[in-house]
Design a protein. Structure first.
Length: 486
């Protein structure tokens, strides 16, 4: 190197690293969307095997054909999610995974007799794919000349003075319709679970959890398969919360008990155990909430409430969604409207089952336990707050310190990590998200054989904040206080 005379400078890495925050309430929802309503080129982009990130009802409509306020939530599960997240709870974004393929999940109808009343008829099935062939006595009627069709609702409007109007007036022969309609009921549990298709080279269903970060640079915090309540699907959903991309973890999977699982609510704990739905990564809900003339899975509103409490605290997901207001006017269990008493709701809560309770302050979600309770009493796994906090904090560690992997392992790096993370922990304590938090680098955890290879381990202790599930007051009559009368 040649001699230098003068003034110059060089840059060195900052001794502290800013923590990377993840969205603990980012919902990744799997279900059916009416993509057949989209133009053909757009349909190809959102067929099974694709991810869609949407921040509003408008985006969900443009990308998935969703009309959340009008679609049947039992038929189009992702419409249920969009309406609840964007409209009822005013939250975003959502990662949508569509399972419906209009080229596969369809049903043909031939010769259906259509009854007309005042020049209007309604097909037995809505969401028509393509055109409808209307005929009568050997005459085929022409779309937009003899009638108009609303393919979403299946409503047929007759053009006044047309050949169809004359045929209806004569009433000599019945008017029959042949058509194809979208049939999401043909989407199976196996379709939801998904896998890798060697023919198409596509990954589908729940397997797409692995693609959220590579494609969107986002780590899902909540997994939900709307309307797919079979225990087989729920078990796989729980498994997918673990080891995402080998390093991440979704905070929780939310799921509903099947509507027809039991005849009486007291049988629910047995059903839960018989089906091994006892994962610490599962928040298991019961029944459907009533909103006007429609009902929604309790689980979807539970997922939304997690977003509500997270937004309120802003810092971390340390608050329970329990005892928070649902957006409903009632609750349905196995087809019948039910209003549980507090002891009845507590019975289910004590068995790790989440239900709506109308006791004080309107309809509220009632349960802070994961499905692991009461079989597992370790608070880290049995409390929904602790389960989500551990996953959220761990994901943040991965995203924050991945940038120093393969950096020279020396005292400077150790101090950078310890000092940076202790500042982060102190900020969480100050915000009330932790009771206390300490990070350390211990000789006992780092044998020389590991250090020689650059394998290093830090120990983090977290004082997690528990929900106040039981509050007792001790009341005593103190006769001595009567002396104050004198």
């Amino acid at each position: 190197m040649s001699d230098f005379y003068g003034v110059r400078f060089r840059e060195v890495p900052t001794s502290l690293l800013a923590p990377v925050r993840v969205n603990a309430s980012l919902l990744m929802a799997f279900g059916t969307a009416p993509i057949h309503r989209l133009p053909a080129d757009q349909q190809e982009k959102v067929k099974p095997g694709s991810l869609v990130l949407a921040f509003s009802n408008a985006e969900a409509s443009q990308q998935l054909g969703i009309d959340g306020g009008r679609d049947n939530p039992l038929k189009w599960g992702l419409s249920e999610v969009a309406y609840n997240k964007f409209s009822l709870f005013n939250q975003s974004p959502v990662i949508f995974v569509n399972l419906f393929d209009p080229a596969v999940h369809r049903t043909s109808v031939t010769g259906e007799v259509v009854i007309f009343d005042v020049n209007m008829g309604v097909l037995s099935n809505d969401d028509v794919i393509g055109d409808v062939t209307l005929s009568s006595g050997g005459t085929t009627f022409t779309l937009d000349t003899d009638y108009y069709l609303n393919s979403v609702t299946g409503v047929i409007d007759v053009v006044s003075g047309s050949s169809l109007a004359s045929a209806i007036s004569l009433g000599t022969n019945p008017i029959t319709a042949s058509y194809v309609y979208a049939d999401p009921s043909k989407v199976t549990n196996e379709d939801c679970i998904g896998g890798y298709d060697v023919v198409t080279g596509k990954t589908t269903g729940l397997e797409l959890v692995e693609q959220a970060f590579p494609q969107l640079r986002m780590v899902p915090g909540i997994l939900y398969a709307t309307n797919f309540t079979h225990p087989m699907v729920t078990s796989v959903l729980c498994a997918k919360t673990e080891n995402i991309n080998g390093v991440f973890k979704a905070g929780i999977a939310v799921a509903n008990v099947p509507d027809d699982a039991v005849d009486i609510y007291t049988d629910l704990p047995k059903w839960k155990n018989d089906n091994s739905l006892v994962s610490e990564n599962l928040y298991l809900c019961v029944g459907r909430v009533i909103d006007g003339e429609r009902t929604y899975n309790t689980a979807v509103q539970a997922a939304c409430l997690m977003g509500v409490v997270d937004a309120r605290r802003q810092v971390a997901p340390y608050e329970s969604p329990s005892n928070e207001n649902l957006r409903c006017q009632g609750w349905v269990l196995n087809g019948a409207e039910v209003n549980l008493t507090l002891p009845q709701a507590n019975f289910l809560r004590g068995n790790g089952l989440s239900v709506p309770l109308n006791f004080i302050g309107g309809w509220r979600l009632w349960n802070s336990w994961t499905a692991a309770y009461p079989g597992i009493s370790d608070p880290k796994d049995s409390l929904i707050t602790h389960r989500r906090m551990m996953a959220w904090y761990g994901n943040g560690l991965v995203l924050t310190y991945f940038q120093v992997v393969d950096s020279p392992f020396n005292r400077r790096l150790i101090e950078t990590i310890i000092n940076s993370e202790q500042i982060n922990l102190n900020s969480l304590v100050s915000a009330g998200a932790l009771i206390d938090g300490v990070i350390s680098f211990n000789e006992a955890d780092n044998p020389l054989t590991d250090l020689m290879q650059g394998f290093v381990k830090f120990d983090v202790k977290l004082g997690l904040v528990s929900p106040a599930q039981r509050i007792d007051f001790s009341l005593e009559f103190d006769p001595e206080m009567l002396l104050q009368l004198f």
